[in-house]
Design a binder for this molecule. Sequence first.
Ligand SMILES: Cc1cc2nc3c(=O)[nH]c(=O)nc-3n(C[C@H](O)[C@H](O)[C@H](O)COP(=O)(O)OP(=O)(O)OC[C@H]3O[C@@H](n4cnc5c(N)ncnc54)[C@H](O)[C@@H]3O)c2cc1C
Length: 342
Amino acid sequence: MAKSFAIVGAGVSGLTCGVLFAERGFRTVIYAEKIGQQTTSGAAAALWFPYDAEPVGKVIPWALATYKVLVDLAAEKRPTNAGKLDRLNRSSSESGVSMIELRQYCRVGKASIPDWAQPFVISTSPSVMSSEAETSLTISGSVFSSGFSINVPLMDTMIYLDYLANRFQKAGGEINSNVRFDKLEDVDPKFDLVINCAGIGARELAYDVDLEPHRGQVAIVPKIDKMKCAIVCDDAPLMYVIPRTNDCVFGGTNEISDNLEVDSETTKTIVVECSRALNIDEPCVLNERVGLRPFRKSGVRLEREKLRDGRTVIHNYGHGGSGFTLSWGCAENVFEIADSSG
Ligand SMILES: Cc1cc2nc3c(=O)[nH]c(=O)nc-3n(C[C@H](O)[C@H](O)[C@H](O)COP(=O)(O)OP(=O)(O)OC[C@H]3O[C@@H](n4cnc5c(N)ncnc54)[C@H](O)[C@@H]3O)c2cc1C
């Protein structure tokens, strides 16, 4: 196996690979133009849920492997001042990962529960969906026709991306930001193996015309105290409400576009639709974020290739709307490929 690894990219894919390699004792350095909050990963709602990524036959096993790791992270509670473990506070895990009830709705017809979701089902009963006792909020009955709910991990990106970066550095990893490569061969030749986690940047870096920017915009609003579950409806218009540790994410959009500028009209539409569904007054907007989901038409690219200088690169990009959901499963797969590369 190679002895030193350079990872291009410091979003969730690059950082997760970094943690995995560094903690297994390999010299690993991350190079990235942007890190953490500035990346697409920093704009994500970051619920575990396979969405807008192909092919299903690979996506689901990667997602399920990731689920297991995230469940463990959610259970690692931060010690309280008294030195006791706080198991009651959902947001107290050091990693920013918590388990949350996700209510998946549709506006028309009957929501069908995918096979992979069966083990995580909490409720299939529409009456529970609108129960005030369950949500502590009245989910407007006129908005949705049906739904189901499942127990899933939620990564609070404001905490989780820093957690990954710190964990990587603690294991001896090094992060170099503000480094932009024109081609993968520009990575320092002292590294035996390069791991390409460039997200949508792989269009230029790996000359990949199959990558398509699926633009997403979200509004960050103040924490809604009564909001105890996440709500998603992916009938058009896509709509979701994700309560985080210190705020709440209202979403969203999914359109093919490279435009990274915030559109204030879109924010307004998102806030109106989410407030209507929750039956609450429209909250103020604390922040607006835009990210480009790196969707790859022929599926997530996770494979080895030879660079022109003879070195091996392992590509790990094209996760679309599921970068967090697939992160640990894909990182483990990257490791297996590196291990078999001799
Ligand atoms: C609004 C929105 C909501 C989302 N919600 C979810 C969700 O709930 N759950 C989920 O699983 N996923 C979600 N996603 C998708 C998820 O955010 C992406 O799949 C994920 O962030 C991709 O991560 P990545 O690390 O591969 O790429 P990125 O986060 O884009 O990171 C790419 C890295 O590569 C670097 N880079 C690129 N090109 C170069 C270059 N030439 N030289 C040097 N460095 C370079 C960048 O600077 C960056 O560090 C959402 C996305 C959006 C936009």
